[in-house]
Design a protein around this ligand. Structure first.
Ligand code: RM4
Ligand code: MN
Ligand code: MN
Length: 409
């Protein structure tokens, strides 16, 4: 640590001691935030207008793991990678698993893909055509089998199913088909495996989506049983939705399974998490840490099992630095949420002191956690500044040899 860094770190610890923060607990809880990165975030992607082909993009699932390993090597908090099937389909998943392990990674959530075949234009598990529904179910079964080979404990489900026009389909009938398919898949889950149900209110369908919001996902999860939980993608709500309230509610019900973190301005933008909405991210972590501190309650146990995942598409930005930045942005807000003065907050809440309660939460957000995070990284043998370490590593130059035309998604 340089003198400047040392002085700044000491000033930080002094400030937090004065604020009555249990810094030993907070520091021990800092590394508890482990974030899974998505294989598709390393591939080329774009909008409906254009996919920009970048140099050095991984050409296959193995190279995607190489890039993910680099993110983990530099940040120390991205130890697993989510796979999308068939984007990441390989002949031998145990070979892919071994390759991941050799890089210090784990294979994480398996994401079925039920939206890219012509058959699925009018829906997959909710399609009026029984042959299409059967095909979709077959793919879901295949994905559960893949979980066995990859050692994944999460099946992460998102459907593009929906309609564009009133009257296009029987909404209640589709609800039944959706439940039917999930029952079959649920029954195949093994011990320690769970399914996370993701919702999204529009896109690609514009009139209705079969799982449009958290309430529908929660209803389905509840009908299925404890191995089914809800996944909150931060980009999947209408403007202005109070996402942290949804988080608190689902935690309390034992139904919050995981997150897809990403940033958004208007729709499901899949941008770098925390780039436009850092306070929202902080407020989500505030709810989670509040539950974690309870320990043995339903909310506490649920919070301890949350699967934190990033779900981003990097259209214009270089993908590996974008992923590092995303992971670090999460870590920064997590760190700040660990600095909430809980006694002061409770006290303000029971006294109905609106101004004091709001100030208590906001003041934690205003703490400068950079020196603390840097010290933590140094202690764990990680670069103090992972963005800079990546820029200086020569990794981007090395993988440029892969050329242009790598994997899409
Ligand atoms: C969807 C949703 C899913 C992701 C796909 C690629 O909008 O967020 O989680 O798998 O995009
Ligand atoms: Mn998602
Ligand atoms: Mn999305």
């Amino acid at each position: 640590m340089t003198d400047v860094a040392n002085t700044a770190y000491n000033a930080f610890t002094q400030v937090q001691q004065d604020r009555g923060i249990d810094l030993a607990w907070a520091t021990a809880t800092l590394p508890a935030l482990q974030i899974e990165t998505p294989s598709w975030g390393y591939g080329d992607s774009g909008t409906r207008f254009k996919v920009f082909r970048k140099q050095g993009v991984p050409r296959n699932p193995f190279e995607k793991l190489d890039d993910a390993a680099e993110v983990h090597r530099l940040t120390g908090c991205a130890p697993s990678v989510a796979l999308h099937i068939p984007w990441d389909k390989v002949d031998d998943f145990s070979a892919l698993r071994l390759y991941a392990e050799q890089q210090g990674l784990r294979l994480g959530a398996i994401n079925p893909n039920l939206f890219q075949e012509d058959d699925y234009m009018l829906g997959s598990v909710t399609n009026a055509d029984p042959a299409v529904r059967r095909r979709a179910l077959e793919h879901l079964r295949e994905c559960v089998d893949i979980m066995g080979q990859t050692g994944s404990d999460i099946l992460s489900l998102w459907y593009a199913d929906g309609t564009n026009y009133p009257g296009q389909a029987d909404l209640r009938q589709r609800k039944h088909w959706l439940e039917e398919a999930h029952r079959e898949v649920y029954a195949r889950l093994g011990d320690g495996q769970r399914m996370l149900i993701e919702y999204k209110f529009f896109e690609p369908a514009f009139y209705h989506t079969d799982l449009a919001d958290w309430g529908m996902a929660y209803n389905l999860a509840t009908r299925l049983g404890p191995r089914a939980q809800v996944l909150v993608d931060t980009g999947h709500h209408a403007q202005g939705t109070n996402v942290e309230h949804i988080v608190a509610f689902l935690l309390d019900e034992g139904a919050l399974g995981g997150f897809h973190f990403n940033g958004r301005k208007y729709a499901d933008d899949d941008l770098i998490v925390g780039s436009t909405n850092p306070y929202e991210l902080f407020l989500i972590f505030y709810q989670i840490i509040s539950a974690l501190r309870e320990g043995d309650t339903v909310a506490g146990q649920t919070a301890a099992r949350i699967a934190y995942m990033i779900d981003q598409s990097h259209n214009i930005e270089p993908k590996i630095p974008a992923m590092i930045r995303s992971v670090l942005n999460c870590q920064t807000q997590w760190a700040r949420a660990l600095l909430i003065q809980w006694d002061r907050l409770r006290d303000a809440q029971v006294r109905n002191d609106v101004m004091e309660a709001e100030a208590t939460v906001r003041e934690a957000y205003e703490q400068d956690v950079r020196w603390w995070l840097e010290a933590m990284r140094e202690q764990r043998g990680l670069p103090r500044d992972p963005m800079r370490a990546f820029a200086e590593s020569g990794y981007a130059e090395r993988v440029a040899e892969r050329g242009i035309g790598g994997a899409s998604w």
